[in-house]
Unconditional design. Structure first.
Length: 594
C-alpha cells in the first residue's frame, strides 16, 4: 500500500519531496533533493520510533543507501540546516505508524538557490505546513505530478446551505500560480458564519485560462469551513491532469452500458460520471455514490437510466468522467463521450471498431433478413443448434470483437448439448455479448396450440454474489424477458432447459430473440447456449421455465464508502457544470495519454 504526502524543509528556501510505503513494509523517500551537484548530503536520520524502516533518497552527486545515517557522496562541509516537519500522517495502513522524522543536511559555502524537485507522477502529494509563516490561503497546483505554472485560480465564498450563486457573485479573489505551481490569496477576510471558501480552477476564460485539453474542465478544492483574516492556511495540493473517456465514444450501445476511462493513477481518488442530455444541454444524473470506484469503468443499468436519469432511448447524451478525492477535492473531465442508448437486446449485424452499435430502431431487434417460415410444428429458428457455425442467420456482437459461435474443439469448459457447435457469451472482462435472430411467427395458431421459445443453457462464474457486475439476460423484441446475475451461487453446470410462451398477439409478426451477457472489469463469467427452438406445441403440455429472479446483493468489502462531504462537493461541481456546459467539447476520437 503506497502512502504519499508532501514534506517541506524549514530553511530560507522551499524544498519538496515525497515518501511512500513499500511492499515489504518499509518506508522509502521518493524523489530527489536538489541544492547543487555537490553541496548536499543527508548526514543523519532520526526515525520517530527508532526504527530503521527508511532509506536515503538519491542525492544529486550522491548515491542510494539502504543504511539510514550513511551520507551520500556529496562533501560534508561547514554549516548545518535541519530538515524538519517530515509529516507521515496520523495513521497508515494497519500498524498506524506515525510521527516526525528529522533529516540533517550539510551545505558547503554559499550554495546556489535550491530548485523545487519534480513530484512523482503516480500520486500528487498532500500539502503540509511549510514552517514559514504566511498570511492567506495558499497551496500548489500540479499537472501529472509536476508543478503547473501560470494557472488562473478563483477563491469563492458560498453558503453552506442552498446553492452557490454565479462565479461573478461569489468570487472573493483571483490569482495565478508561480513557476513552481504555488499560489496565494493574500488579503482574505474572516469567513462569515454559515459560509465556506473554496479554491476553483476553471479551464476556460471564466478562470482566466485559455482552454487546454491536457487539463480537467473544472476542479474545486475541499471546503474551507473556518478562516480568520491573516491566518496561514495551506490548501492540500491538487492535480489538474485530464481524465480521458475511453468508451463509448461516438457510439450507440444497448443497456446496460459500460463507461470506461483512463484513470490518473492517484491512489486517493475514486471515479464516477455525470450524464449530460445533449438535446436539452442539462445534466440529468450522476453515478450513485455507493458505486464510486478506484477502477477504470462503471456500468449504467437500464433501471437507473430510465428512473434516475429520466432517460430516453435514441437520444444523444454525453457522459463525463468525474474525480473525487477526500483530501484534495473534486473535478470533471475536459471532454465528454457522446453516446446514444438503446433498449437491451437491440443490435446491428456488424459491430464497428469493436464497440457494440445496435440499430437505432425501436423494438424491432436485430436488423437481419428473416428466415423463410417453416411449416407449423417445425423449428422456426434457423441454425438453432449452431451446426452451421457462424452464418448470416445469427447476429453475433461482442464489445471485444470476439466470435460467439464455437466448435467444440475451441471450448474446454463444456461440450455442446448436441452436435459439435454451441454459442458462448461472455468469457471476457468488460464484455457485452449479444446473440440475436429475427424469426417470423406463423400467422394462424391452431386452437389448443401455443408458440414456445426454448433453449438450453449453462451458466459459469467465480464472481462473488455480493457483486452484481455480471449478468445474463433474455430479450424478446428488445424487451427484457428474463435474467439473472452471473455469480458462484447461480452456476448451472449441466444443460438446463428454459422456455417462454410467446404472446398470441405476436402471431404473424417478425420478432427478434436475443441473449445477452454483460461482464464487469474483473472475474469474467460465461453463458453457453445450444438447441434454440421456436415451435407450435400443445397448450396442455407446454409450460414456461424461467430463470430465477435476480438475487439480492450486499456491498462488497472493497466498495468505497460514501462521504457526505464528497456528495456535497460533487453536487456543487454538478451545479457549476450546468452553468458552463457550452464550454465542454465532445471527444471526437480517443487520444492516448503518453
Amino acid at each position: 500500500v503506497n502512502f504519499t504526502q508532501l514534506a517541506t524543509v524549514d530553511t530560507n528556501e522551499r524544498f519538496t519531496f515525497t515518501v511512500d510505503r513499500r511492499e515489504n513494509g518499509s518506508w522509502r523517500v521518493n524523489g530527489e533533493f536538489v541544492l547543487s551537484a555537490d553541496d548536499l548530503s543527508l548526514a543523519a536520520v532520526e526515525p520517530a520510533q527508532g526504527t530503521n524502516d527508511l532509506y536515503l533518497p538519491r542525492v544529486i552527486g550522491g548515491q542510494d543507501s539502504n543504511n539510514p545515517g550513511t551520507p551520500g557522496s556529496s562533501i560534508i562541509a561547514q554549516g548545518t540546516a535541519e530538515f524538519t516537519n517530515f509529516y507521515l500522517g496520523q495513521s497508515c495502513d494497519t500498524d498506524s505508524w506515525s510521527g516526525t522524522v528529522r533529516w540533517t543536511a550539510t551545505r558547503s559555502g554559499d550554495a546556489p538557490n535550491p530548485t523545487t524537485t519534480a513530484l512523482p507522477t503516480q500520486a500528487p502529494p498532500t500539502a503540509t505546513p511549510s514552517g514559514e509563516e504566511q498570511q492567506g490561503i495558499h497551496g500548489q497546483v500540479l499537472n501529472a505530478g509536476q508543478a503547473a505554472a501560470d494557472i488562473g485560480l478563483i477563491l469563492r465564498q458560498c453558503p453552506t446551505q442552498g446553492t452557490c450563486g454565479s462565479f461573478e457573485e461569489t468570487t472573493v479573489d483571483t490569482t495565478r500560480t508561480n513557476a513552481n505551481g504555488f499560489y496565494t490569496f493574500a488579503d482574505v477576510a474572516t469567513l462569515p458564519t454559515d459560509t465556506y471558501y473554496q479554491v476553483w480552477f476553471y479551464n476556460n476564460n471564466t478562470g482566466g485560462n485559455t482552454p487546454d485539453d491536457q487539463y480537467v474542465f473544472l476542479w474545486s478544492s475541499n471546503f474551507i469551513q473556518s478562516y480568520s483574516a491573516g491566518q496561514d492556511f495551506e490548501v492540500p495540493a491538487f492535480d489538474i491532469e485530464e481524465i480521458l473517456p475511453v468508451s463509448p465514444v461516438n457510439a450507440s450501445v444497448p443497456l446496460p452500458a459500460t463507461f470506461q476511462w483512463q484513470p490518473r493513477g492517484i491512489e486517493s481518488e475514486v471515479y464516477g460520471w455525470f450524464l449530460l442530455n445533449l438535446t436539452t444541454s442539462e445534466l440529468v444524473c450522476q453515478s450513485p455514490f455507493e458505486n464510486l470506484t478506484t477502477g477504470d469503468r462503471l456500468i449504467l443499468t437500464e433501471d437507473y437510466f430510465l428512473n434516475e436519469c429520466s432517460g430516453q432511448y435514441n437520444n444523444a447524451y454525453g457522459w463525463i468522467p468525474i474525480i473525487l478525492d477526500l483530501t484534495r477535492g473534486v473535478g470533471s473531465a475536459f471532454y465528454y463521450g457522446q453516446v446514444t442508448f438503446l433498449p437491451p437486446g437491440q443490435v446491428t449485424p456488424t459491430p464497428t471498431s469493436g464497440i457494440v452499435q445496435p440499430s437505432p430502431t425501436s423494438g424491432t431487434g436485430p436488423t437481419v433478413t428473416p428466415t423463410t417460415q417453416p411449416q407449423p410444428g417445425n423449428n422456426l429458428v434457423a441454425n438453432g443448434d449452431f451446426e452451421d457455425g457462424s452464418d448470416s442467420t445469427w447476429v453475433e456482437q461482442s464489445q471485444n470483437s470476439a466470435p460467439l459461435i464455437y466448435n467444440r474443439d475451441n471450448v474446454s469448459a463444456t461440450t455442446p448439448r448436441s452436435g459439435d457447435w454451441l454459442a458462448w457469451l461472455g468469457g471476457l472482462d468488460n464484455e457485452v455479448s449479444l446473440l440475436a435472430q429475427q424469426v417470423t411467427l406463423p400467422a394462424n395458431v391452431p386452437a389448443g396450440q401455443v408458440i414456445v421459445w426454448e433453449s438450453y443453457i449453462q451458466l459459469r462464474s467465480t464472481e462473488s454474489c455480493f457483486s452484481t457486475g455480471d449478468s445474463f439476460g433474455v430479450f424478446l423484441n428488445g424487451t427484457f424477458l428474463d435474467g439473472t446475475s452471473l455469480c458462484v451461487d447461480r452456476n448451472i453446470s449441466d444443460w438446463t432447459r428454459i422456455a417462454y410462451l410467446i404472446p398470441s398477439e405476436l402471431a404473424g409478426q417478425t420478432v427478434s430473440i436475443a441473449y445477452q451477457v454483460s461482464t464487469d472489469f474483473s472475474i469474467s463469467s460465461s453463458a453457453y447456449v445450444d438447441d434454440v427452438t421456436i415451435s407450435l406445441q400443445s397448450a396442455g403440455l407446454a409450460n414456461a421455465i424461467t430463470l430465477e429472479s435476480l438475487p439480492t446483493t450486499s456491498l462488497s468489502a472493497d466498495t468505497p464508502l460514501e462521504s457526505k462531504s464528497s456528495v456535497q462537493q460533487a453536487e456543487t461541481l454538478s451545479s457549476e457544470l450546468g452553468d458552463l456546459l457550452e464550454g465542454m467539447q465532445p471527444l471526437a476520437a480517443t487520444p492516448t495519454r503518453p
